[in-house]
Design a protein around this ligand. Structure first.
Ligand SMILES: N[C@@H](CCC(=O)N[C@@H](CS)C(=O)NCC(=O)O)C(=O)O
Length: 211
């Protein structure tokens, strides 16, 4: 399998983390691309010119992070399951959605600033993105404290595997640290910061740090 990626994409990082957690990383050839340059090799597998893209061993390109994660989950059915049991755990789907939305709002904020300067935050859409980030952090923290068992380090993270909602939230928080470090989520939500400490200690996270 080939994974098209770069080192700053939160979406690509989530896929890499999943591949490591599933012990599929040896089967993954990493193809480093800059999607913003729209290289031919990327366009050939994703007309949207976005990463990540996973190309299967039979040559099918799979785009969109969640699709790729579903595919990877099926590739090692006997290994730790990231997603397959999610539909019977609606709280995990809630957290997965919030984690994905936090990633989207943070990434779109960074891209809007890159192209429009910090004024981008003052526009209606920019304000909505920033507000969404703050509301999502509060909602994730609320679920974290209300449903400790879903995110609990001791019980879940020391067992093999990590639920995919935890991967999404962990990567989204790491992306805030990387690109939007002015957002004081650690001091605003100390319980989430504690939780993040053990997530970040996982090999799958340390091996895929943003650069
Ligand atoms: N919805 C997509 C988002 C992927 C995405 O936006 N990737 C960014 C890199 S972090 C990208 O390739 N952007 C290039 C572009 O938008 O032209 C997913 O979940 O995979």
């Amino acid at each position: 399998m080939k994974l098209y990626l770069n080192a700053t994409s939160p979406y690509a990082r989530a896929v890499r983390i999943a591949a490591i957690e599933k012990q599929l990383v040896q089967q993954l050839e990493l193809v480093w691309v800059d999607p913003w340059q729209s290289p031919e090799a990327l366009l050939a597998v994703n007309p949207a010119a976005k990463i990540p893209v996973l190309v299967t061993d039979t040559g099918e390109p799979i785009t969109e992070t969640l699709n790729i994660l579903f595919y990877l989950d099926q590739q090692a059915p006997n290994g730790p399951q990231l997603l397959s049991q999610l539909p019977s755990h609606p709280q995990s789907l809630t957290l997965l959605g919030y984690g994905q939305a936090l990633m989207d709002a943070a990434f779109q904020t960074v891209i809007a600033r890159k192209h429009g300067g910090n004024r981008a935050d003052q526009h209606e859409l920019g304000k909505r993105r920033i507000q969404a980030i703050h509301r999502l952090l509060a909602a994730i923290d609320h679920h974290f404290t209300a449903q400790q068992h879903h995110l609990d380090n001791e019980q879940r993270l020391t067992r093999p595997g990590i639920p995919i909602c935890n991967v999404a939230i962990g990567v989204a928080l790491a992306y805030l640290d990387f690109r939007l470090s002015e957002i004081p989520w650690r001091s605003d939500f100390p319980a989430l910061a504690d939780w993040m400490e053990s997530v970040e200690a996982r090999e799958s996270f340390t091996a895929t740090r943003f650069e």
